[in-house]
Design a protein around this ligand. Structure first.
Ligand code: PRT
Ligand code: ZN
Length: 299
């Protein structure tokens, strides 16, 4: 492994993951000076640089040591890991943590009139996909024998073109499937953007930088869904309120001057504080409910 004192992160140059990846890194306190060709961004606030590439190149760049870390869909990372294994190569990259964006699923879908209603109906059929390794592993795990048709794009039109009986493709809202008269049958892989890194630990300054980045990402991702919840409530309503706040920290209770039967409640809630939840809390006796976004958090 080469020695370096700067960390290099590969992210998608343009596509679904590029904006959210840059946004996340900015929130973690990283800033960059853009280069003219916009392929390399020099890290200003920390010795962490960016390389802007196609998402499919990211695992290979980590494997070759050109980049230290990468932001890439789990679907791409796992597909390429299986590809390496099939070629008899050692594992070279791994998923370090989920990043909470770019969520979708790799799923099997088929035309409604194809007679494919359950997994078992896939036996002996042709399935078009850009993820042959993931599909093969999934089919093998289920003991299903099917033919895999590898396509690099526009997988959703394969059944109409007579190239396949079913498809295995990424789905988020499902609108593309509907538009192509396809019915979703089963999920092969739940995926989202992940931070990928090498299997072997860094043996130089990069180890500390990677640790710092992971620590900051942890802070940013925890804070994103956290809300400070403030309210007043009768003491005897507390058990029900705490039940409704099951994902909150242990609350701080403060007595209210001149109203011994009531308390003021303060807590940090980790999950979504929906209107429904607030209405349930109000019904349980809470008053003056306030939900405040959390800017930063250091445990
Ligand atoms: O140029 P480059 O190779 O870098 O980009 P790319 O075209 O290969 O990738 P890109 O930007 O399309 O996707 C990057 C990653 O985003 C994927 O590898 C997934 O991890 C993730 N992602 C999240 C998705 C989707 N959601 C998604 N909806 N990738 C693709 N789609 C497709 C889906 O297959 C369908 O065709 O978007 C279309 C709309 O989906 P529906 O279900 O909402 O209709
Ligand atoms: Zn790609």
């Amino acid at each position: 492994m080469t020695t370096r004192d700067r960390l290099r992160i590969a992210i998608q140059k343009s596509g679904r993951l590029s904006e959210p990846a840059r946004d996340l890194l900015a929130r973690a306190g990283l800033s960059f000076r853009e280069s003219r060709d916009r392929l390399f961004c020099y890290g200003q606030s920390l010795p962490i640089d960016l390389l802007l590439v196609r998402d499919d190149d990211i695992p290979g760049l980590i494997a070759d040591g050109v980049c230290d870390l990468g932001v890439v869909g789990r679907n791409v990372l796992r597909e390429q890991a299986l590809e390496r294994a099939a070629a008899g190569k050692q594992p070279a990259f791994t998923e370090l943590r989920e990043l909470g964006f770019g969520g979708c699923r790799l799923a099997i879908a088929a035309p409604s009139d194809a007679g494919i209603d359950a997994i078992g109906d896939l036996a002996g059929r042709r399935i078009a996909t850009s993820y042959p390794q993931l599909l093969r592993a999934w089919l093998q795990g289920l003991g299903i024998n099917a033919q895999i048709v590898v396509l690099s794009g526009s997988v959703e039109i394969a059944p109409r073109l007579g190239q396949a009986d079913a498809i295995c493709d990424l789905v988020s809202s499902g609108a593309t499937l509907v538009a192509n008269q396809l019915r979703e049958i089963e999920t092969v892989l739940e995926t989202q953007a992940v931070l990928a890194g090498p299997v072997l630990a860094f043996g130089d300054e990069r180890a500390e930088l990677a640790e710092l980045l992971l620590r900051r990402l942890q802070g940013v991702l925890t804070v994103r869904d956290s809300k400070l919840v403030l309210m007043q409530a009768p003491r005897d309503a507390l058990p029900e309120l705490l039940r409704l706040l099951g994902d909150a920290d242990v609350p701080t209770l403060t007595s209210i001057e001149g109203r011994s039967e009531d308390v003021s409640v303060q807590t940090v809630c980790r999950g979504a504080v929906t209107w429904q939840r607030l209405e349930d809390m109000k019904k349980a006796g809470a008053r003056g409910l306030l939900v405040v976004p959390v800017e930063r958090m250091l445990a």
